[in-house]
Design a protein around this ligand. Structure first.
Ligand SMILES: [Fe+2]
Length: 406
């Protein structure tokens, strides 16, 4: 006998079929998919525990012992570089009494009701839980546990932090909770081809930041990134050099890890800042076609990106609840640009344009979420310029269906 939530989920998945046809006939996903906490719980199993999750960039942890923390689906993780140079991703939940080992061992009175979490830094050669000083090596193996000699049948060798599968793709660190996850690289053909000439494996991240508690569903955010229909409407005049009418159709396979979209720009090296041009030197390996195209990609549940001729902006969208996300962002540039004399000032020009775009997207996303809560939220129809959304719907529904079949 199915429990009530799973019957409800099955009904919802049935209703989604109408969103998975071609763009000419498809309707938007049911509003409940963006507002229901029980559906969000289902998505944890269907997507967050199955897909490859982008956590950040390898250059964030250049040395042995360097780490950063990341939480998704209520799972606190630690990403650490070990003494052999390999990157490991582990649960940071101590296998003794469950303290998160990267959390501080002391906090101020102001922080009692909103305790800070991990962050980033260096462990040195070992990770130590602040609570009882259980010590793990950089691969998560327990190597020290004080006063456990009188405990029956306890062997340090039997205890380790649960580890995730890891794959590095072009400098991005991906992990999967699913030990049977298929390799990521073959499922990244589209973005691989698209970004080939940027050589993002050699780029470095700059201008990183985090925004917490944005009040909309994670899919609202991904739809906003991948859909070009609003580019020369909501974003007038900033985006008018890459108008939706110049969208280039892109083939799509729901087994791929990412959905991508592209629009030809009205002139090469267009960028969204006030100068309307790339502010750093154009990457010298780009073709003329690369330079006259805006590329966007989403790799749920976290990665999204957009290109310029001089850089690549990525956003890591981190689902927190049905109606909340956190966001990490960074800009990738060729390493040598960091040495430019006025790099910081140029970065400010570049990010000024992105902030202007972001202010508009934030307004739209928050408002869409408000509308989705309404009893009058539509199963709306699409424009041909929203084709990437039909692709995203297919991507999602394939994974929801798979989870129900198990
Ligand atoms: Fe936008």
């Amino acid at each position: 006998m199915l429990t009530e939530p799973s019957m409800k989920t099955m009904r919802l998945v049935e209703e989604m079929e109408a969103s998975t046809t071609g763009i000419e006939t498809a309707v938007t996903l049911p509003a409940e998919l963006y507002t229901s906490e029980s559906f969000f719980e289902f998505e944890k199993d269907a997507i967050f525990m199955k897909e490859w999750i982008c956590l950040g960039r390898q250059e964030q942890i250049p040395n042995s012992g360097d780490y950063f923390t990341f939480t998704i689906a209520d799972e606190p993780l630690v990403v650490v570089r070990d003494e052999l140079g390999a990157i490991n991703v582990m649960s940071s939940v101590c296998q003794h009494r469950a303290m998160v080992i990267t959390d501080p061992g002391s906090i101020t009175e102001d922080e009692w009701h909103d305790p800070p979490t991990g962050g980033s830094g260096s462990f040195g050669m070992q990770m130590r839980c602040p609570y009882h000083f259980w010590v793990y090596d950089l691969r998560g193996q327990l190597v020290g546990a004080p006063e456990m000699g009188k405990t029956d049948c306890f062997a340090k060798e039997d205890v380790a932090l649960p580890s995730l599968k890891v794959e590095i793709w072009n400098g991005f660190i991906f992990a999967s909770f699913d030990p049977d996850a298929e390799p990521l690289a073959p499922r990244m053909r589209q973005p691989e081809q698209m970004l080939e000439n940027w050589h993002i494996e050699d780029m470095v991240v700059t201008g990183m930041g985090t925004v917490e508690g944005l009040p909309w569903n994670w899919k609202v955010m991904f739809e906003n990134v991948i859909e070009i229909y609003h580019a020369d409407r909501l974003h007038l005049p900033i985006h008018e050099m890459a108008p939706a009418s110049r969208m280039v159709m892109t083939p799509f396979d729901p087994d791929d890890a990412m959905v991508v979209s592209r629009a030809r720009t009205t002139r090469p090296d267009y960028s969204f800042n006030a100068t309307e041009a790339a502010v750093f030197p154009v990457i010298d390996t780009l073709t003329d076609e690369d330079r006259a195209m805006a590329h966007f990609g989403i790799g749920p549940p976290t990665l999204s990106f957009g290109t310029s001729s001089d850089s690549l902006l990525y956003l890591l969208i981190i689902p927190r609840s049905a109606t909340t996300i956190d966001m990490h962002y960074g800009v990738l540039v060729p390493k040598e640009y960091l040495k430019m004399r006025r790099f910081n000032e140029l970065s400010e020009v570049a990010s000024g344009g992105l902030y202007a775009l972001t202010r508009q997207d934030v307004a739209a996303n928050a408002s869409v979420q408000r509308g989705l809560r309404s009893r009058f939220a539509p199963r709306g129809r699409y424009s041909w310029q929203e084709e990437p959304l039909a692709h995203f719907n297919k991507w999602l529904v394939q994974r929801y269906r798979r989870e129900l079949e198990v």
